[in-house]
Design a protein around this ligand. Structure first.
Ligand SMILES: NC(=O)c1ccc[n+]([C@@H]2O[C@H](COP(=O)([O-])OP(=O)(O)OC[C@H]3O[C@@H](n4cnc5c(N)ncnc54)[C@H](OP(=O)(O)O)[C@@H]3O)[C@@H](O)[C@H]2O)c1
Length: 323
C-alpha cells in the first residue's frame, strides 16, 4: 500500500510517499481500505514535533479515516468485510489501509460520504462535548463561534443549531463567512470591520452572548470574553492563533465561567462515554439534525499542501486526503 511517512520532524514538505507492507489483522481489530483520511491541526503538530505525544520515527500520521472493512480479526463479531465504517486509528491513517481496534470503529449512516465521515469525529465530538456536556447549552441561547469557517468552528455551528441555539460566527475571509452562514450561523462577522464586543451586543440585544466557542485564541479572545452576558460560558478549545492572556476581572464581572475543553484526553479516559457521544452524533446525522460540510479533497501526494493550507489559515472547513 502507499502511505505518507514522517522520517524527520519538521515542516510538512519533509513527508514522503512510500510503499509499505499492508497492516496485519490482529485479534480484536479490523483492517480498513481507506477511502478518505481527515487532515487535522493535530496532525501538523505531530509531524512538526510540537504535540505533547511524540511517536517514534518513522511513523504514518493520520488518526481519522473512513472506508470499507477489508479484513476482520479473531473475536470481531459486530463488523463484516465490505461494511462502510469510520475509525479513529490513533496514527497510520494517511495510507491505503490501516488497522484499528474494533472499539474505535463505527458503522456509517448512508447520508455520510467517506470524506465527510473521515473529517467528522474530532470536530463534532469536541463540539458536542463542549456545548452539550460542558456548557449545558439550552435552546434559544446565543452562541458566538470564533474561527467560524474552520473545522471546529463549522462543527460547533452545526451542533449549536441542532441543540436549538442561535449562532453568530466570526471569520476572517468572505469564503469562510459564507461557509459559516451555510452551516447555520444567522449572523457572520468580519472582526476587521466591526468591533467584536459591540457587534455581539447589538446582535444579542444588549445583554451579551451566553456562550463563546473559541478554537482560535489570539487577540479576539479578550473582546469575545467581554461580549459575554451574565453567567456566560467561555469555552477554551484551542489556540490556532496563539495562547492569549486575559485579565481575570473579566471572569469575575457578570459571574462569567471559563471552561477548559480537552476532548482528546477526556475521550481517552472515558472510552465508553465517547462511544455513546459519537453514536449520538451519528444518530443526529441519520435524522438530518446535522449535515457535515463536505471537506476539500487532496490526493495523498498533496499532503504537504493540505497541511500547509491548514496551518497558513487558507483552508475553509475540513480537509481530507484521498489515497
Ligand atoms: N480542545 C480540544 O479537544 C480540541 C479538539 C479539536 C481541535 N482542537 C484545536 O482547535 C484548534 C482549531 O482547530 P480546527 O480544526 O478548527 O483548525 P482550522 O480548521 O485550521 O481552524 C482554525 C481557525 O483559526 C483561525 N486562525 C486565526 N489565526 C490563525 C493562525 N495563525 N493559524 C491558523 N488558524 C488561525 C482561522 O480562522 P480565521 O482565518 O477566520 O481567523 C482558522 O480557520 C487547533 O488548535 C486544534 O488543535 C482542540
Amino acid at each position: 500500500m502507499r502511505a505518507v511517512v514522517c522520517h524527520e520532524l519538521g515542516p510538512p514538505s519533509l513527508l514522503r510517499i512510500e510503499e509499505r507492507p499492508d497492516p496485519e489483522v490482529r485479534p480484536g481489530t479490523v483492517v480498513i481500505d481507506v477511502e478518505a483520511a481527515g487532515v487535522n491541526f493535530v496532525d501538523a503538530l505531530f509531524v512538526g514535533g510540537r504535540y505533547q505525544i511524540k511517536p517514534p520515527l518513522p511513523f504514518v500520521p493520520g488518526n481519522e479515516v473512513a472506508g470499507r472493512v477489508a479484513a476482520v480479526g479473531e473475536g470481531v463479531d459486530a463488523l463484516s468485510i465490505g461494511q462502510r465504517v469510520l475509525a479513529n486509528c490513533g496514527l497510520g491513517g494517511y495510507a491505503g489501509k490501516v488497522a484499528a481496534p474494533v472499539a474505535s470503529v463505527f458503522t456509517l449512516p448512508d447520508r455520510l460520504s467517506a470524506p465527510q465521515a473521515a473529517t467528522f469525529t474530532q470536530s463534532y465530538s469536541t463540539s458536542l462535548f463542549a456545548l452539550r456536556d460542558r456548557a449545558q447549552l439550552a435552546e434559544g441561547e446565543r452562541v458566538v463561534v470564533l474561527g467560524g469557517g474552520g473545522g471546529v468552528g463549522l462543527a460547533a455551528i452545526g451542533v449549536a443549531r441542532a441543540l436549538g441555539a442561535r449562532v453568530l460566527a466570526v471569520a476572517s475571509s468572505a469564503p469562510k463567512r459564507a461557509a459559516a452562514a451555510g452551516a447555520g450561523a444567522e449572523e457572520v462577522l468580519d472582526p476587521e470591520v466591526a468591533p467584536l464586543k459591540d457587534a455581539v451586543r447589538a446582535w444579542a440585544g444588549g445583554t451579551g452572548a451566553d456562550v463563546v466557542v473559541d478554537p482560535v485564541g489570539g487577540p479576539l479572545a479578550e473582546p469575545a470574553l467581554r461580549a459575554l452576558g451574565d453567567g456566560g460560558r467561555y469555552l477554551v478549545i484551542g489556540f490556532a492563533a496563539s495562547i492569549p492572556s486575559i485579565p481575570l476581572n473579566q471572569v469575575l464581572l457578570r459571574n462569567r465561567n471559563v471552561l477548559g475543553i480537552d476532548w482528546g484526553i477526556w475521550a481517552m479516559q472515558h472510552a465508553a462515554e465517547q462511544r455513546i457521544l459519537l453514536e449520538d452524533l451519528l444518530e443526529m446525522v441519520e435524522v438530518g439534525r446535522i449535515e457535515p460540510v463536505a471537506p476539500t479533497e487532496y490526493r495523498l501526494e498533496e499532503v504537504g499542501r493540505a497541511l500547509d493550507d491548514l496551518m497558513k489559515r487558507r483552508a475553509v472547513g475540513k480537509l481530507a486526503l484521498i489515497p
